[in-house]
Design a protein around this ligand. Structure first.
Ligand SMILES: [Zn+2]
Ligand SMILES: [Zn+2]
Ligand SMILES: [Zn+2]
Length: 128
């Protein structure tokens, strides 16, 4: 994976607020004249989600969709199951717990991913 390609994918995401599939991002990049392959787009998205630079969601039919995170710092997501609205949240208690539980079992280089799902206020209001 070259940094250039990863940057191209990162930029394609940065200009957009909503969640988009790898196919959408690939189509955008090709439209801009990029020679990037779909597999490379998938790999770049995976690498970016591992470093926490993009948010990943699974749609109901199992497709992964991506969005640029607002911050590159470690954080968690509160995700609306109904509309996909995502709020970036800090979880100091989770950080402490993950490090403590790791240390307790002799693990180092601890990482974790925590996503909290629910129904946002807008969706609840729309129901009544
Ligand atoms: Zn995020
Ligand atoms: Zn919602
Ligand atoms: Zn955390």
């Amino acid at each position: 994976m070259t940094t250039t390609r990863r940057n191209a994918v990162r930029q394609a995401l940065a200009g957009n607020q909503g969640f988009r599939s790898a196919q959408d991002i690939y189509a955008d990049l090709r439209a801009d004249g990029s020679k990037i392959g779909l597999t490379t787009v998938y790999r770049a998205l995976q690498a970016l989600s591992e470093t926490g630079e993009v948010d990943v969601l699974r749609t109901d039919d199992g497709e992964a969709v991506y969005r640029a995170c607002r911050t590159e710092e470690h954080h968690h997501h509160l995700v609306c199951r109904a509309c996909g609205r995502t709020v970036e949240v800090a979880g100091p208690a989770v950080e402490k717990w993950a490090d403590a539980i790791g240390a307790e079992h002799g693990f180092s280089e601890i990482t974790h991913t925590v996503e909290v799902f629910g129904t946002c206020a807008g969706c609840v209001a729309g129901r009544s």
